[in-house]
Ligand binder design. Structure first.
Ligand SMILES: [Zn+2]
Length: 281
C-alpha cells in the first residue's frame, strides 16, 4: 500500500483553512485540474498560476499547485494551447499537476492574506475592516507606538518581496501614523470603511488615479494616507503563512509532503523610468 497522501486528503486540510463557502459569490475557487485520488508528494504555492509558475511547478515535480488567483474566472470555450490560459490548463493536465485556488476565501480567513499583510505592517491584534457578504474583509489595528509615515513604509518594504515599482505612498513623509488599515490586492473600493475605521494609513494595492485622488481630496491632506504596496507583493506574504498552516494542519502526515514557495515574481511590471519624488522632505 502506498504511503502517499491523496490530493483529496491534502485538500481536506486546505478547505478547513480556507472554506470555499466563505468565498465571495462572484469568485471561482477550488479544484481546477486534478483527480482527488492522485498522490500528492510535493505542493507548490504561488500568487498567480502563470505559465512560468506552472513550468516551475512541473520542473520541481509538484503534484499540487496552490494559488491565490484563479486561472479561469470567466467562461472559456477552449483550453487549447493557442491561448495562454488554455496552454496553462493543458500544461497542468499533461504534467499531472493539480491546480487549486483559494482566493477571496483566503482573503477573509484567519491567518489569511489580509492578516499576513497586517503582520507585515507590524500589527499584532486586528479587527475586520468591513464585512462583505458576511465575511470579514480587510483588517485594522494599532501599531504599538506611533511612527512617521516614511519610516512605517520603509519597515513594510523590508517585510514584503521587492517589486520593480517599489511602494507608492500618498501623504507627507513625516506624518504620524498609528492606526493601520490593510487589504491585500485591489482595495480602492473600501475607502468608506477605511475612513470609518479611523485609520491613519491604508495599505493596499492597485489604487487607480480617480479613487485615490478623491480619497486624498476628501482627507484634505490629512489621514488616511495611502500606501500602494503592489498587488503581487501585498499578497505574496501570505504564501509562507499558508505553507506553515498547511503543514500544521497535516500534523504527523506533513513529513510525507514537501512544500515549496514559488520564486517567480508574477508582478507584471519589470522596470520604472523617471520616478520623481517631487522634492518632498
Ligand atoms: Zn489579488
Amino acid at each position: 500500500m502506498s504511503d502517499d497522501l491523496t490530493l483529496g486528503e491534502v485538500l481536506e486540510v486546505v478547505e478547513r483553512l480556507y472554506p470555499p463557502s466563505t468565498a465571495q459569490s462572484w469568485d471561482r475557487v477550488g479544484l481546477v485540474t486534478g483527480d482527488p485520488q492522485q498522490p500528492v508528494r510535493r505542493v507548490h504555492l504561488a500568487v498567480d498560476p502563470t505559465l512560468a509558475v506552472i513550468e516551475e511547478a512541473r520542473a520541481l515535480g509538484a503534484d499540487l499547485l496552490l494559488t491565490h488567483h484563479p486561472l479561469l474566472l470567466r467562461g472559456v470555450h477552449s483550453v487549447a494551447t493557442t491561448s495562454a490560459r488554455g496552454a496553462g490548463v493543458t500544461h497542468l493536465v499533461v504534467g499531472d499537476v493539480a491546480l487549486y485556488v483559494a482566493h477571496t476565501n483566503a482573503d477573509v480567513a484567519a491567518d489569511g492574506v489580509c492578516e499576513a499583510l497586517a503582520r507585515a505592517c507590524g500589527l499584532t491584534t486586528t479587527a475586520p475592516l468591513t464585512l462583505v457578504e458576511q465575511q470579514p474583509l480587510g483588517r485594522v489595528g494599532d501599531l504599538e507606538s506611533a511612527v512617521g509615515l516614511r519610516t512605517f513604509v520603509e519597515q513594510l518594504a523590508t517585510r514584503l518581496p521587492a517589486a520593480a515599482g517599489g511602494i507608492r505612498v500618498a501623504g507627507p513623509p513625516r506624518a504620524t501614523v498609528r492606526r493601520v488599515a490593510v487589504l491585500g490586492g485591489a482595495g480602492d473600493d473600501l475607502f468608506d470603511a477605511v475612513r470609518a475605521s479611523g485609520a491613519d494609513v491604508y495599505v493596499t494595492a492597485d489604487l487607480r488615479h480617480h479613487p485615490a485622488l478623491e480619497a486624498r481630496e476628501e482627507a484634505r491632506g490629512g489621514p488616511p494616507y495611502l500606501v500602494d504596496a503592489g498587488h503581487w507583493a501585498s499578497e505574496q506574504v501570505w504564501l509562507a503563512v499558508a505553507e506553515r498552516a498547511l503543514r500544521v494542519g497535516l500534523g504527523g502526515r506533513a513529513t510525507r509532503v514537501e512544500t515549496h514557495i514559488s520564486t517567480v515574481r508574477t508582478d507584471p511590471w519589470t522596470f520604472v523610468v523617471g520616478a520623481d519624488p517631487g522634492g518632498m522632505p
